[in-house]
Design a protein around this ligand. Structure first.
Ligand SMILES: C[S@@+](CC[C@H](N)C(=O)[O-])C[C@H]1O[C@@H](n2cnc3c(N)ncnc32)[C@H](O)[C@@H]1O
Length: 442
């Protein structure tokens, strides 16, 4: 290791930034974020260094930069002159800032572009709420030391708490709940940690449409409870040794009853396990996520919801259909085509009003009734409509036409995979072009 990294406390101290251009301003920014008072000057004079803790030079005449470097070195003030390694006593790292967690990356000046690349990768995998977790641990530091004076026991406790449900609550911004859970965990430090259930949206199927939070939780979960709409590509992101429990079969319509799924989630959490309840799309959009969240709340189980890309958004993007448009739709409605007591129970008068887009989930089996209801309420059967099958997933397909033509052809066209019906003027906007662009099969 050629250079030794340190973290400098600049709060309330003076940082000299010599130079008047954009580079100097950019270099000043992280110093300001670290609490330094910036002393900016266009030209160098030795008196500028009085009381200075650190100095940066950029965008100044060459002679001034050399004088700055020499004077700093003589007075033992750390100095960095941008792009002049010979004039530097320290190098500026690429920084990942999850205050108070700070990661500095350096390449000894050999490849700053590589340092930036490493930073981007770290940015992508580190949860944005990591700082909140560190702050929580900081607030409990003294209490943890008092409660667990034995170092190995303290380490074990912190390892569990920083990777478990408490951490999830803290990183999600549920500060009060995280503090309460931390205090409980500390109180029962010898007991097993409490379990947690995350209701996680798996998105429409493509693994790269998963949120970063969902990906991280999948990597941490002890057990994954999933249903049929979750694609194998998404499931593959779970820990290899995580238990996988499948709770639904499509074809035979043989699903575990909802009450049993609720009871299963409660039981697994009570065993102290980190449970991911993985649901296609978004858990709170036609996904019974609300019922599961209520059951968990009633049982006093810690839980949190992680949103996912819902089918309407994925299908619209796939087919190039804007769900809203200033000229064609100022409103969008998500409806279900699922029947209640054999009847399509929708407010057709509201759905047939002009200037809106209708996205119907589970609508293929009742397409005829949907069309009849909308037309009966006054919607023109020539209104543009589309069916998108497997949007945002493997081999998507698009059937494009009018409400009347799509209703007539849809059932025969369907391959049986999940499909969404879109109705409204927006469907006519550029769908053909996009279909050609995306190479979607008809
Ligand atoms: C029980 S709902 C679940 C919806 C899910 N929670 C969501 O937010 O997308 C299942 C219905 O969603 C729609 N769907 C789900 N994934 C889809 C996809 N990839 N392409 C088209 N429609 C999809 C279909 O209408 C399917 O019958």
């Amino acid at each position: 290791m050629r250079q030794f990294p340190v973290f400098l406390d600049l709060a309330g101290r003076v940082a000299l930034v010599l130079g008047s251009g954009g580079v100097a301003a950019r270099k000043a920014e992280p110093l300001r974020r670290a609490g330094a008072t910036i002393r900016a000057a266009a030209r160098f004079a030795p008196a500028l260094l009085d009381g200075v803790a650190i100095a940066i030079g950029a965008d100044a005449p060459e002679a001034d930069l050399a004088a700055l470097s020499a004077a700093c070195m003589a007075r033992g003030i750390p100095v960095n002159v941008v792009d002049r390694p010979a004039l530097c006593s320290f190098l500026m790292p690429a920084i990942v800032d999850r205050d108070p967690v700070t990661i500095a990356i350096g390449t000894g000046g050999a490849a700053p572009a590589l340092a930036r690349m490493v930073r981007q990768r770290i940015e992508a995998v580190l949860p944005p709420g990591l700082g909140r977790l560190a702050a929580l641990a900081g607030r409990f530091k003294a209490a943890v030391r008092r409660a667990l004076p034995d170092l190995p026991a303290r380490r074990r406790f912190l390892d569990d708490v920083l990777a478990g449900p408490v951490a999830e609550l803290a990183m999600a911004g549920s500060t009060a709940a995280a503090e309460a859970a931390f205090a409980r965990a500390l109180h029962a430090a010898d007991a097993a940690p409490p379990g947690i259930v995350h209701l996680v949206g798996a998105g429409p199927g493509a693994a790269d449409l998963l949120t970063l939070r969902a990906q991280r939780l999948l990597g941490e979960a002890d057990v994954i409870v999933h249903d049929r709409l979750v694609s194998p590509a998404v499931l593959d992101m779970a820990r290899r040794d995580a238990e996988r429990i499948f709770v639904g079969k499509a074809r035979a319509n043989h699903c575990m009853p909802q009450a049993e799924i609720n009871a299963l989630l409660v039981r697994l959490a009570r065993e102290g396990r980190r449970v991911v309840r993985l649901k296609g799309g978004d858990p709170f959009v036609f996904g019974r996520g609300g019922e599961e969240a209520s059951a968990l709340a009633e049982a006093g189980i810690a839980h949190a919801v992680v949103p996912g890309v819902t089918a309407a958004l994925a299908c619209a993007a796939e087919a190039g259909i804007p769900l809203t448009h200033r000229d064609a739709a100022r409103m969008v409605t998500f409806a279900t085509g699922h029947t209640r007591e054999g009847r399509l129970d929708l407010d057709f008068a509201a759905l047939a009003r002009p200037g809106q887009t209708l996205a119907v989930y589970m609508g293929l089996a009742t397409l005829g009734a949907l069309q009849a209801g909308l037309v009966g309420a006054g919607l023109d059967p020539a209104t543009p409509a589309a069916i998108v099958e497997n949007g945002g997933a493997d081999r998507p397909r698009l059937l494009h036409g009018t409400l009347a033509s799509v209703a007539a052809a849809g059932p025969g066209w369907s391959s049986g995979r999940p499909a969404l019906v879109l109705v409204g003027e927006v469907v006519g906007l550029g769908a053909g072009t996009v279909r050609a662009m995306a190479g979607m099969a008809a």
